[in-house]
Write a protein that binds this ligand. Structure first.
Ligand SMILES: C[S@@+](CC[C@H](N)C(=O)[O-])C[C@H]1O[C@@H](n2cnc3c(N)ncnc32)[C@H](O)[C@@H]1O
Length: 390
């Protein structure tokens, strides 16, 4: 495979994150061809894909286009896939996983195109090499993605394999953790870059604090991963990969932060998990952890940021109990946080109304299937914040 060849690259992301992903790609100098709700289309080489995998914080997968074709039947799909020289891309000793998204009238079972693509790839390799890769659902090796819409199909090599949001530092989970890519987008939305204090009460397993520390250090999101889809492809060159990592790592901030990142939670178990996760991520020394009620969190004097992700509750009894917590969050912001800007991720409108402060901005995020709002509160010093009537 010619790893210098420039092709379309589709970078996928979680719902609501495409603008953050687009901004990341633009900052890295990539041209934006178009965007849609699930991702951003750009252009570049296989080496660019390696770079994107190492760097991007808000992406799921980096997909390198193998072939775009007209496709009206499973037979045509097989022929088109078989025509690619897979023997130059995948070694028979590798393991193959095929993923498909199909929206075409002739197909109602997406497993069927999956099997057709897999058969075409392994049959081609078998005919040229006399043996074939094993295949299945594991995403840790070679992954191929098919998108088939009406009579058009796109076949991509998935250069990420396992989603990039699995950064590899969350060895100790705690309840309701945010996905790492979502946490990175939330921190980006607050404008945090390490130049002000950041306080994270209710930090849970520490995802927001860890993503913030990685951003403040300018440490690549992929720095902790050893495995990527591109490593399993013929043509992958370890020396190019090493050089690319060395070059990108030159931008990592070596000096200690001048401002503080403080993360607290009422649960000792959560703080133990968060501390361990931060240590694994190599940012344990940058975050001050403490077990305490959110309202007792130490706040450095000045004008820093507060970011909170309280529970939303899903059942009636839980929501009623949480009402008091949300009222207390409002009191905490009003009474203790003057000078700060606070961002609260809320997933329940009735509960967020209990904060009784007027948000100056509301940004939409999706935590899994839950539509959330990141509410911004500017807590002016010396002036009584405007009150909500509710
Ligand atoms: C939705 S979870 C936060 C998840 C976190 N963003 C993560 O990615 O792991 C909410 C957290 O609030 C904590 N919590 C609940 N009540 C609290 C209180 N009164 N003071 C401090 N923390 C509290 C819980 O222990 C839980 O860890």
């Amino acid at each position: 495979m010619n790893i210098q060849e420039r092709k379309d690259i589709l970078v996928t992301c979680g719902p609501g994150l495409k603008d953050y992903l687009q901004a990341e790609l633009e900052a890295l100098g990539f041209e934006i061809i178009n965007t849609h709700s699930g991702g951003v289309l750009t252009h570049g080489s296989f080496i660019d894909c390696m770079k994107l995998n190492f760097t991007l914080r808000t992406a799921f997968n980096v997909l390198y286009l193998m072939r775009q074709f007209r496709c009206r039947s499973p037979e045509e799909l097989y022929e088109q896939v078989y025509a690619i020289a897979w023997e130059n891309i995948i070694d028979p000793s590798e393991y193959l996983c095929v993923l498909s998204q199909v929206d075409t009238p002739s197909i109602d079972n997406t497993m069927f195109p999956n099997v057709k693509v897999k058969d075409a790839i392994v049959d081609r390799i078998n005919s040229k090499k006399g043996s074939r890769p094993d295949s299945g659902r594991e995403r840790g090796n070679v992954v191929v993605n098919l998108f088939w819409k009406r009579d058009k199909a796109w076949l991509y090599l998935n250069t990420s394999g396992v989603k990039l949001s699995d950064r590899n530092y969350r060895k100790m989970p705690y309840k309701a953790p945010l996905r790492e890519s979502l946490a990175a987008a939330i921190i980006t939305a607050t404008g945090f870059d390490g130049s002000c204090d950041l306080v994270l009460p209710m930090c849970g397993s520490g995802t927001l604090a860890i993503e913030a520390a990685l951003i403040a250090m300018n440490k690549p999101a992929g720095a902790l991963r050893n495995n990527f889809g591109f490593k399993h492809v013929k043509g992958f060159d370890e020396r190019i990969w090493e050089q690319l990592r060395r070059d990108i790592n030159k931008g990592v901030r070596k000096k200690a932060l001048t401002k503080r990142i403080i993360a607290t939670d009422i649960s000792e178990e959560a703080i133990t998990a968060a501390q361990q996760n931060a240590k694994t991520a190599g940012v344990g020394h940058l975050i001050d952890f403490k077990v305490c009620d959110f309202a007792d969190t130490d706040l450095p004097s000045g004008d820093g940021l507060i970011v909170m992700n309280p529970e939303y509750g899903s059942r009636m009894g839980e929501i009623e109990k949480l009402e008091t917590e949300y009222k207390r969050i409002g009191d905490f912001l009003k009474q203790r946080c003057a000078g700060y800007t606070a961002y609260i991720l809320v997933g329940n409108k009735e509960l967020s109304a209990k904060i009784r402060l007027k948000a100056s901005r509301r940004m939409v995020f999706y935590n899994g299937k839950i539509e959330c709002r990141l509410l911004k509160y500017e807590l002016y010093k010396g002036i009584k914040p405007p009150q909500n009537s509710k």
